[in-house]
Design a protein around this ligand. Structure first.
Ligand code: MLT
Length: 278
């Protein structure tokens, strides 16, 4: 792992029981005290992407940022997994940490897909939701095929070819020019994502169900965040989520692309705090 001037939090191995009843450990950053918030990272990233936001919030909140199954410091997964499996791991994590019901979850992109499935599968356990740089619709057939090809490439020694083109979509041009530490961190997360995890995550995202239809029944206080320059989940995709959820609020950050929490951490941390004022 690289060392940057960015904040750095220790990892604690939390033992959980997953949806299939299997014991596993989830390396997790835990900092601060107060109302708990679980931060779920995107792909091909890990929990380090939340550290600048955690540094700004841990004086008021208990910030919990796992490396999801297979990602970051998590063990390599021999078997494929689903987005529901990742949501089940998050449920196991909050049970293992003794976090009270009605947890706040903040998920970016793939982490948002996990948060949305958590909302469907564990409604009693969820209190508040922040969905950032993510979308509620499932992939179309073409999108699924692209993911299956990416998974095949990753498993046949071409993981770099799958992840390398993502950098310029993850970060806005201005960020790439001016924020060398952020670029180094994002590259390090991308380059350390295991080829098997790239494959399993692509297959999991291809198979994820549409979340938009069920959302009209959700009553969780919800904030949706978009980055103006985000080409992966453009602001309209974020607005489509907010249009489905009662009383959801949308905020758009004109500074960022897909990594709004990293590209605009002060602005983003304020939005997370606002979640508790709704
Ligand atoms: C992510 O940032 O988590 C991914 O780009 C999401 C996706 O591929 O749909």
């Amino acid at each position: 792992m690289i060392s940057t001037g960015l904040p750095n939090f220790d990892l604690t191995e939390i033992s959980i029981t997953d949806r299939s009843g299997k014991k596993r450990t989830i390396p997790t950053r835990i900092a601060g005290s107060g109302q708990p918030i679980v931060f779920l990272h995107g792909y091909p990233l890990d929990g380090r992407m939340w550290e600048p936001v955690m540094a700004r919030l841990s004086d008021k909140f208990r910030c919990i940022a796992p490396d999801l199954r297979g990602f970051g410091a998590s063990a390599e997964e021999a078997m494929s997994f689903s987005i529901d499996d990742l949501a089940g791991d998050v449920y196991g994590l909050i049970r293992a940490l003794g976090v009270p019901n009605k947890i706040a979850i903040c998920g970016l992109s793939m982490g948002g897909y996990v948060a949305m499935r958590f909302a469907e599968l564990y409604p009693e356990s969820l209190g508040r939701l922040l969905l950032t740089n993510t979308r509620g619709n499932a992939d179309d057939e073409k999108g699924k095929l692209v993911r299956i090809e990416s998974a095949q490439k990753a498993l046949s020694g071409q993981a770099q070819q799958v992840v390398a083109p993502m950098l310029e979509k993850l970060l806005a041009e201005k960020t790439r020019k001016l924020e060398s530490e952020l670029v180094a961190l994002v590259l390090d997360m991308m380059n350390h994502t295991k080829p098997s995890t790239i494959a399993w995550a692509q297959l999991a995202m291809a198979a994820r169900p549409d979340s938009l239809a069920g959302m009209s029944h959700w009553a969780y206080p919800t904030i949706c965040v978009a980055g103006t320059h985000d080409l992966i989940t453009p602001p309209d995709a974020v607005r489509a989520i907010a249009n489905q959820i009662q009383n959801a609020v949308v905020h758009e950050d004109s500074n960022s692309a897909h990594m709004t929490p990293l590209e605009s951490p002060d602005w983003f941390a304020k939005k997370v705090a606002e979640l508790f004022a709704i």
